[in-house]
Design a protein around this ligand. Sequence first.
Ligand code: PMP
Length: 359
Amino acid sequence: MKIKQTMSGLLPYQPGKPIEDVKREFGLEEVIKLASNENPYGCSPKVKEAIQQSFHELAVYPDGYARHLREAVAARFGVKETELIFGNGSDEVILILCRSFLTKEDNIVTASPTFPQYRHNAVIEGAKVKEVPLVDGMHDLEAMLEAIDANTKMVFVCNPNNPSGTYVGEEQFLAFLERVPEDVLVISDEAYYEYVAAEDYPETLPLIKRYPNLIVLRTFSKAYGLASLRVGYGVAAAEVIKAVDPGREPFNTNTLAQRAAVAALEDQDFVSACHLKNRTEMERFERFCQETGLSYYPSQTNFILIHFNRPGGEVFHYLLTNGFITRNGEALGFPDAVRITLGTREQNEKLIEALSKLV
Ligand code: PMP
């Protein structure tokens, strides 16, 4: 067997360790996973009802067009139904975009470190990846503009950025959009949109009217608490959506996921409550860092990247043996850091107590 050349050497995605594995490995009774930026409060109770009601639909294929979900998202965010594409997670939308636009002559521009799926999918398509280092954990949009050349097809702006949690403000983003050549797509990945509290964060959806090269990505996996159901979406000019839609699998979002996403969208009180709790918990972590002299990037997400004066792997393993699964910064491009997803108040207090004994 000979795998296609662009895939050789690629590693499969490495998720955080499963709770059961860690319990067994370290003989622990309680293990708390704060590794994958999931919602520690679960999802809206309305989702359960919606899923129960669609039980009888399991034997038939889903609506490949996701009509009800499409209508609900379009109405909620003031976009047209033709301006939306749904994916099996926004992961799949990234895949569809790379599949649709990239050839081996092309390149993409991304920040580094950032969400690894941009690079991963571009590499599979044979495209080159031009990585522009973050500065103080933030996108260097000026350098990203400079990195664009005649072969650049896509520029990915992860806003807020995973794993640093930092964001690009409105003024900066607009100035950037103005200067990106029209034939280069700008992908604004807003997976953590609902967690953002910064007042100068750009409202990008209205911009798709003015910039046909802008694609916005959002997801139901984070604040809406539906990571396991896999629903994400892209918003762009109808002509872009129409062009990329054939690259989508026919039934890529399933019926339960579509129904759940509609119900989740209707319960904005749940999302607002999660947003507020998350900000309170973020302040708890920031206070801890300030009191202990640890540096961190101010985060607009539901995770925080904390720098320690030692290899991130040491802190990661210490936490693991104490029953906390986090992300080792060494695997994320920040060798002295650990990325911690904010949990519930109780979970965070326990983790902070464990960390206090180390720092
Ligand atoms: N973009 C970013 C920045 C992410 O952090 C994630 C999830 N880790 C995704 C996209 C993918 O999310 P999903 O496929 O669950 O929608």
